[in-house]
Design a protein around this ligand. Structure first.
Ligand code: TXA
Ligand code: MG
Length: 315
């Protein structure tokens, strides 16, 4: 595996070629780092599952360069999905739509839907534009663990599993820090499968439709397994902070009692950006327990509480 820090046009061309040859490319997006493969190549996609240690019936998101490529992968796109795509792509939003014959079972896990996203990071976009084909990419972590938000975290996580021809493209720290909002667009109205930076209020504003979500406390379809987003350290959830509470900043952790107390820093956005790095730090420091103060409020804060509930599941 090679780690590439300066991703100029030549590097992007090389990475695109490597994808055509069936290799894996870890690349930055604005949410988290993805582990990419040619979405039309079953052998390449199979390697994603091997490297992640992920069950093979889990569907993957196909990343595309622009909404013009949507109808290659899907059929029956509802009007409201087009509105969402126009308003929020490139951006931290994934749309689940009825699949076309191009989206094979090895991408969709045998479901009749496919997940599509146009990411907003310049490196991801140049790679997609150069490659011209869809890139299947889950978060670049081992199955069940915390998504990486830096290239170093990808290397640490996957170096023992990647092959010599695979690449890690370094694009710095991810701006959003939590995975994209996943919206099921196969029904009359949008349904949020995984909350993220594109909030229900934004969806309503864009489409005029109320986005339903599973608020009954049961676990959602996506990322729904017991130990998701989990570091090795035991995650214990502390109280929900009131919005605006000025608490301990991430650079002041761990606290003297040896526990990482990840408290809401400057803003909910700042909290989201630093959350996964702080959870990883707990493992680097070999802490047994990480106590996490949850941000209050709706929107992105909901997405953070959703991930934290899964990190702490069973603890
Ligand atoms: O922000 C993101 O979405 C990142 C970056 C790399 O784009 N990707 C990401 O992928 O989080 P992954 O595979 O770690 O999570 C995607 C989730 C999975 O839980 C999967 O079950 C769900 O999307 N998913 C994929 N296709 C689906 C489909 N057709 N229907 C329902 N859920 C789907
Ligand atoms: Mg993931």
């Amino acid at each position: 595996m090679s780690f590439i820090s300066k991703c100029d046009a030549t590097v992007i061309q090389g990475a695109s070629q490597a994808l055509s040859q069936g290799n894996l490319i870890a690349f930055p997006t604005e949410t988290v780092y993805g582990l990419g493969a040619d979405a039309t190549n079953p052998d390449a996609v199979k390697r994603i599952y091997e490297v992640k240690g992920r069950p093979s019936d889990h569907p993957l998101i196909v990343h595309i360069a622009s909404l013009d490529q949507m109808d290659q992968w899907t059929i029956d796109i509802p009007e409201y999905a087009i509105k969402l795509a126009r308003d929020f792509w490139p951006g931290p939003m994934t749309l689940v739509l009825k699949r076309s014959t191009k989206a094979k079972d090895f991408i969709t896990g045998g479901q009749d839907t496919v997940a599509l996203r146009v990411p907003a990071h310049p490196i991801a976009l140049s790679l997609l534009q150069e490659f011209k084909e869809g890139i299947a990419a889950p978060s670049a972590n081992r199955f069940g663990s915390v998504s990486p938000t830096t290239a170093e975290a990808v290397e640490e996580e996957l170096k023992d599993y990647l092959s010599p021809q695979d690449l890690i493209l370094d694009g710095g720290q991810c701006l959003v820090g939590v995975e994209s909002t996943i919206i099921d667009c196969t029904k009359q109205t949008p349904f949020i499968l995984r909350p993220g930076a594109i909030t229900s209020a934004m969806i309503e504003e864009s489409t005029g439709l109320i986005a339903l979500t599973n608020n009954d406390g049961s676990i959602r379809v996506s990322g729904s397994l017991d130990s998701h987003y989990s570091p090795k350290a035991k995650v214990v959830l502390d109280a929900i902070a009131e919005p605006g509470d000025g608490l301990i900043a991430p650079d002041q952790i761990p606290t003297p009692d040896g526990v990482i107390r990840l408290a809401s820093p400057r803003s909910v956005e700042g909290y989201a950006r630093d959350l996964y790095a702080a959870l990883r730090l707990a493992d680097t420091k070999k802490l047994d327990v990480v106590v996490v103060l949850q941000p209050g409020g709706d929107g992105l804060a909901e997405a953070i509480r959703d991930r934290l509930a899964r990190s702490a599941y069973g603890n």
